[in-house]
Write a new protein. Sequence first.
Length: 289
Amino acid sequence: METTAAITQRSGSNLALAFILLPKERRQGMAALYAFCREVDDVADEDSRPVEERARMLEEWRVDVRKACAGGSPSFPVNRELQLVIQAYGLKFELFDELIRGCEMDLVRHRYETYAELEQYCYRVASVVGLLSIEVFGYTDPGCREYAVHLGKALQFTNILRDVRRDAERGRIYLPAEELRRHGVTDEEILRGVYSERYQRAAEAVAERAHEFYRAARRTLPHADRRSMVAAELMGSVYWRLFQKLEATRFHVFGPEPTRISKPQKIALILRTWFRIHFGAMAPNYGTP
């Protein structure tokens, strides 16, 4: 069974990348938290297994992490490592439960009718991760919780806009049906990967919601906690750059290659974020007009 550090290193995700700016102890804590998030997400996404089996496995994760939070003896190696982090930073079972509920939504929901429904999903799979993460980062102003909710939704909306083709290949459409209808885009067009001006306008409308969340995160990050939120701010910067690239392509994401941030660009963003935080340029590097 892989350790949490190995799972994090193997993932190569943007979230794991952000840990580089953290002190060692908090970096290790985030590796354990990320490994848990990765494991439950992988269970939900393993389409080769029947839905009933994946639902049972997610329930096993729920029961086991509850033990970790309650001071019991969890069975899963990831949760045994995570238990130390739970104890050190006071992480609550209710948030882990919400995250698993978000993964369970992927088992049974392949469409979202309204923005309200989509935002509930984004809260569970992304904002909750932010709420857990800021406990590990450390903060002084409770306003950081509002910041984490907004930033999580901004990042997840960006993921959704980027991954339309990949999700469609699995029979999933996350873009709100009400927005697609407003612009005359059918599910069949999405599933077949048809790009049109109508799709572009629908994607731009969804993107404006994402932009609102970036602006809200920028507005609600407490000044006193900007330095401690450096890893979250790096995430915001990386995803904002990805969001800008999607805008530049007019959200044409149906080609063979997904929109990505290159490794040199990521390194530049790491250095830029570190420099801005440590040398007094405290305004977030995202959400600008």
